[in-house]
Design a protein. Structure first.
Length: 364
């Protein structure tokens, strides 16, 4: 039909770099191409609408076979007399110049200029890919560290911040090596660390954050002592001996309560080891921190008496209500039971979960 000029659709934008990058992300990082492409489409449509605030509907067509992207503005076909919104409507007569099939009520996809779309896609596509790489790296780090949560890690001191006192540890070797920060408040008081020194730390927690996973490591956590006993004492590792509770004041003293269901197993002896070899190895790792190994008991009075070692206990009187007790010790062992600055009594209370009031045998 003469006089009807047909609108030529521009060729699709060829952006093989974006498709290649998405293929690489899927192959090396396990991020599905469809997932990343959806993010790119969302980003470019948002950017286009930001520059064209009156446009309501925008779509992007993905041609994976030819590695092309096309953006279209969708316009509703309306009668000439109803045409009021050039951004979102198209008169039926104009629509028919594109295709004779269009009728009132149809939707026409109007191609966006390739130059403009290319500018938007290039910038936003790159940003999405960079963000995808960052998120993938964060996810891999989180998975790697998360699987080691509540375990002991060995690291090498790579740097010590002279202002904060924080210690940077290099954990692992080669390409899999990574850095973690041992903050000042997670270091053992009085313990001096030096660059190049190998130290064991306890992985307390891995937290997700906007800046990537945060790895919380510690030298003061009671879990470090528990894991060290598991490494040194086979009976704890295989479950023959159980660690029932731990109370620790890092750098000074730890009390650990152990127990075995097997009456033929000496739980304390297993932890001490032949000639004290097992417990001494742990004390060496903790730079001389004293360790009291006590026998756990289901009888609270018996457990409390054991927890106050090395002091002897005359009697333990439990309160009628609540977790509290009064303990009587020989007069000449009162200071031993309480400990320096109250440490022995404090650790015993934390180990047993009881509030302990200690009195001398001859006290009223």
């Amino acid at each position: 039909m003469k006089g009807k000029k047909k609108v030529k659709e521009p060729a699709g934008m060829n952006i093989p770099e974006i498709f290649a990058a998405l293929a690489m992300l899927e192959k090396e990082r396990g991020i599905p191409q469809t997932f990343m492409m959806d993010k790119i489409i969302q980003a470019v449509t948002t950017a286009y609408k930001r520059d064209h605030k009156d446009v309501e509907n925008v779509i992007v067509d993905v041609d994976e076979e030819h590695q092309r992207l096309k953006m279209y503005v969708q316009k509703n076909v309306v009668a000439e007399e109803d045409y009021v919104d050039p951004f979102n409507e198209i008169p039926v007569e104009e629509a028919k110049t594109i295709s004779a099939k269009y009728e009132i009520g149809d939707v026409v996809n109007i191609p966006v200029d390739n130059t403009e779309f290319g500018r938007i896609a290039a910038g936003n596509g790159k940003q999405v890919i960079i963000q995808g790489l960052r998120e993938a790296e964060h996810g891999m780090i989180y998975d790697e560290w998360g699987s080691k949560q509540h375990e002991i890690l060995t690291g090498t001191v790579s740097r010590i911040d002279p202002r904060s006192g924080n210690v940077m540890l290099r954990i692992g070797t080669g390409a899999e090596a990574t850095d973690a920060v041992l903050t000042m408040n997670e270091q053992v008081p009085g313990e001096e660390l030096h660059e190049g020194q190998m130290v064991k730390v306890y992985l307390v927690e891995v937290r997700r954050s906007t800046r990537g996973p945060q790895v919380m490591i510690s030298r003061t956590h009671p879990g470090l002592v528990k894991r060290l006993f598991e490494l040194e004492v086979p009976e704890i590792y295989d479950g023959t001996v159980e660690v029932r509770s731990i109370a620790r004041e890092a750098g000074n003293r730890t009390k650990i309560a152990v127990w075995s269901e097997d009456p033929n197993v000496d739980a304390i002896g297993a932890c001490v080891g032949p000639r004290g070899q097992r417990v001494n190895a742990i004390v060496d790792e903790l730079r001389g921190e004293k360790i009291d190994i006590v026998k756990y008991s289901e009888d609270p009075a018996e457990f409390i008496a054991a927890a106050l070692a090395p002091a002897d206990v005359v009697s333990v009187q439990l309160a009628d209500e609540g977790k509290a007790c009064r303990v009587t010790v020989p007069a000449d062992q009162l200071s031993l039971a309480i400990g320096k600055e109250g440490q022995n009594a404090r650790l015993a209370a934390r180990l047993t979960g009881y509030k302990i009031d200690i009195k001398a045998a001859n006290a009223e």
